[in-house]
Design a protein around this ligand. Structure first.
Ligand code: ADP
Ligand code: MG
Length: 723
């Protein structure tokens, strides 16, 4: 009866480990061998052209046609040597994944077969892209967009294809992707941070935002995955009763990794390393079946690209191991969800991490400046940060008692809290001759090594962790470029404001250091309410946050509204990160994405409930009816009662399911008729989605009642415990 489930289970029990072919050499010998890095470029392209590429990376200036031809020729020669046959522009439309359109190097010229790749093909392409989300920017008569080379992220070879990272814009130059705004925000934070660094060290001429994303994911066996239409269609299980043993024993975390999984990890890591992705740590996560991979941090744009590429590689390698990777934020109800902690910091051209405390008081003023400005940015733009991580998937995770709440707050730890409190107390300070200025300013006390401090808070959505901030509320499936664009922009905006205020005091004759501390103190006082050191998962925090006036926006359609608030528009337009049209379009696309996701969930729920669950429940009920009749036939009327109770119980659940599926479908129809995308999303969130829970409750109850041999869907205990 439940043919697919048992066939899948049979397959799982017969699984053998797959042969893996790992590089014999040391990592340092094969790391980045499939990347056209600047070093590789130097071997294939004239030094003049390489110089022009480097200068274009630094300044963002356009690359001229001659240079482009030279680079293209070198790139082609290298790629063909490595066995590439095709090339593609690799870009990030406003969907969950990357896009590519492959062209062959092969061409015919006067009847002769040649391998062709010109500078023009490197620099710009026109993918037939009318089906990518565009929020109405590209009406059909101008349904063309183009991709343009991003020389700051090196080309690489996947399989037999040379992939060239690009931005994706409309013909009227509006951005239609995640990369273009990210690049703008990186230039912005560079300029603002460098300007502020000028107070401290004139040799600082460039500041780079760094990112290290810790990627969480689940693995399930391929056969079981294929037997769960909800996993296949929606990436998450819409039904499934909690297993007798979940994560309560906490024995999965840092436990030994199952051999099959270990093989998979070794293989995808080797592939990633060849592509220059510096993967470093791997371990089990809290939930059964959940794992994490984290790279060493890199420049933010490159790191975002690498995260997308890594997920692509993981998907491909998993297939060879008969596994399937789930990147959804909440594949299993009642089990921890998956996040992607975005570790973020700022690094100078002198190699100094601006968020790293130091033993030298003078350097600590730099540290404090960037720490406090980041806290101020989060305080002023908490709503926008919330918006930047909003997605249908993340809604299932945020605030689900194991993930950061939807309330944005900052954790900095006890030691730094003490430092800020000290700073606050010190009032306006006069520095007299012979004074130890830094002592008087109260900034000699910052402990040098905060990294190993024990008061790490795992429940904060935005935590300082020794030498970087960790934006923990980001969803596992998200493109980090979106939260990073917002973070870079708001910190840059705050730094510019900070500089203005400090300069004003200096102009009035205040000593530079004193002016800096004065403004920092103002910020510390003004932003107190955003700092929270307690348990972010607790009920008390929700109440406390409300008292403090912090927002707690629980659902995506409402959180997204902040993208187009007057404050956000002013911010993005001022700094030219988005135009008004781009913002409006993006907003619409995000609301539509939400609708599509919830719509798919709803359809899958309706389909599974009516076509899989109810027929199964009815079959089982019929068996029970036979049983009750039989018992009565042989005179066991009293004994038949127990069976009849179960029959009634089943009927009750069937009635709930049938009724709620119908009501849900009605609500979906009503929501679909709403013209405005934002209102439609809200209707989906508020009218359609509540039925997911009531239907699920009844289905999960049936799972406990119905004969296990008849149940059609692989159960949680079967999905979650990989061997
Ligand atoms: P954990 O947070 O689990 O204790 P680590 O401290 O090793 O682990 O760091 C986690 C992630 O933070 C890694 O991806 C690491 O590369 C990244 N990270 C460390 N330093 C920085 C930095 N300066 N900027 C950005 N990311 C960083
Ligand atoms: Mg971490």
């Amino acid at each position: 009866m439940s043919y697919l489930r048992f066939k899948a289970l049979e397959k799982v029990s017969g699984r053998q480990r797959v042969e893996i072919d790992l590089p014999k050499a040391k990592i340092s010998e094969y790391f980045g061998t499939l990347v056209f890095s600047l070093d590789t470029m130097k071997k294939y392209v004239s030094s003049g052209a390489v110089k022009r590429v480097i200068s274009s990376i630094d300044t963002g200036e356009k690359i001229d046609a001659i240079t482009a031809d030279a680079v293209a020729a070198g790139m082609k020669a290298w790629a063909i040597e490595k066995g590439a046959i095709h090339y593609t522009h690799w870009f990030q439309p406003l969907t969950d994944s990357t896009a590519e359109k492959h062209d062959s190097f092969f061409d015919l010229e006067e009847g002769r077969a040649i391998e062709k790749f010109k500078g023009s093909a490197l620099v710009q392409q026109e993918p037939d892209a009318s089906s990518f989300p565009n929020g109405g920017i590209r009406s059909t008569f101008e349904a063309r967009g183009y991709t343009a080379w991003d020389p700051s992220s090196p080309a690489f070879i996947m399989g037999q294809t040379l992939c060239i990272p690009t931005i994706f814009v409309s013909y009227t130059s509006e951005s239609l992707d995640y990369k273009a705004p990210l690049l703008k925000s990186l230039t912005l934070i560079d300029q603002a941070a460098t300007a502020v660094c000028d107070y401290f060290d004139k040799d600082i001429t460039k500041v780079t935002a760094t990112l290290g994303p810790e990627q969480e994911y689940f693995l399930v066996d391929e056969a079981l995955y294929n037997a769960r239409p909800d996993l296949v269609m929606a990436g998450r299980t819409v039904f499934g009763h909690a297993p007798a043993r979940g994560q309560q024993l906490e024995d999965h975390y840092f436990g030994s990794i199952p051999p099959r999984v270990h093989d998979f990890m070794m293989e995808f890591e080797a592939e990633a390393l060849k592509l220059g992705i510096p993967v470093r740590t791997r371990h089990n996560e809290v939930a059964p079946g959940q794992f994490e991979v984290a790279p060493t941090f890199e420049e933010c744009n490159l790191s975002c690209d690498h995260n997308l590429l890594l997920r692509d590689i993981m998907n491909k390698v998993a297939e060879r191991h008969h596994l399937h990777v789930l990147f959804h934020e909440k594949p299993f109800s009642g089990i921890n969800g998956s996040g992607k902690h975005n570790n973020w910091s700022l690094m100078t051209n002198l190699g100094k991490n601006l968020l790293s405390p130091s033993s030298k008081p003078k350097e600590n003023l730099v540290f404090l400046t960037f720490l406090v400005n980041t806290v101020k940015a989060v305080h002023d733009y908490a709503d926008l940060l919330r918006a930047s991580i909003a997605s249908a998937g993340n809604d299932y995770r945020l605030g689900a008692n194991e993930a950061p709440p939807a309330i944005i707050s900052v954790f900095i730890g006890k030691q730094l809290t003490d430092v800020l409190e000290e700073l606050e107390k010190n009032g306006n300070i006069r520095i007299d001759k012979g004074d130890n200025m830094y002592m008087k300013l109260g900034i000699t006390k910052i402990p040098e090594l905060l990294l190993d401090n024990t008061d790490r808070n795992r429940t904060s959505p935005f935590a300082f962790t020794g030498n970087k901030f960790e934006f923990r509320a980001v969803g596992s499936e998200a493109n980090s470029a979106s939260p990073m664009t917002v973070l870079n922009t708001i910190v840059a905006d705050t730094l510019w404001q900070f500089k203005k205020e400090v300069d004003k005091q200096i102009d009035k004759g205040e000593k530079k250091e004193v002016a800096i501390v004065n403004v920092l103190r103002d910020y510390v006082i003004a932003t107190k309410k955003i700092r929270f050191e307690g348990n972010g998962y607790s009920e008390e925090w929700v109440k406390e946050a409300a008292k403090r006036g912090l927002q707690n926006v629980k659902t995506t359609p409402h959180a997204l509204d902040f993208w187009i608030s007057p404050k956000a528009k002013k911010l993005f337009l001022n700094h030219e990160i988005f135009s008004e049209r781009e913002l409006e379009a993006r907003y619409e696309i995000m609301q539509e994405n939400y609708v599509k996701k919830v719509q798919i969930d709803g359809r899958v729920i309706g389909d599974l409930a009516m076509n899989h669950i109810i027929p199964t429940a009815v079959s089982y009920q019929n068996k029970l009816i036979e049983n009750a009749k039989g018992l009565k036939d042989i005179g066991l009327d009293k004994e038949a009662k127990a069976t009849i109770e179960i029959i009634k119980e089943i009927s009750k659940h069937i009635a709930t399911i049938t009724q709620d599926v119908e009501l849900m479908t009605e609500e979906r129809k009503k929501a679909n008729a709403i013209e405005n995308a934002s209102d439609r999303a809200k209707a989906y969130g508020e009218k359609v989605k509540p039925y997911f829970d009531t239907i699920r409750y009844a289905v999960d109850k049936l799972e406990l009642i119905v004969d296990d041999a008849m149940w059609p869907l692989p159960k949680y205990r079967e999905l979650l415990f990989l061997k």
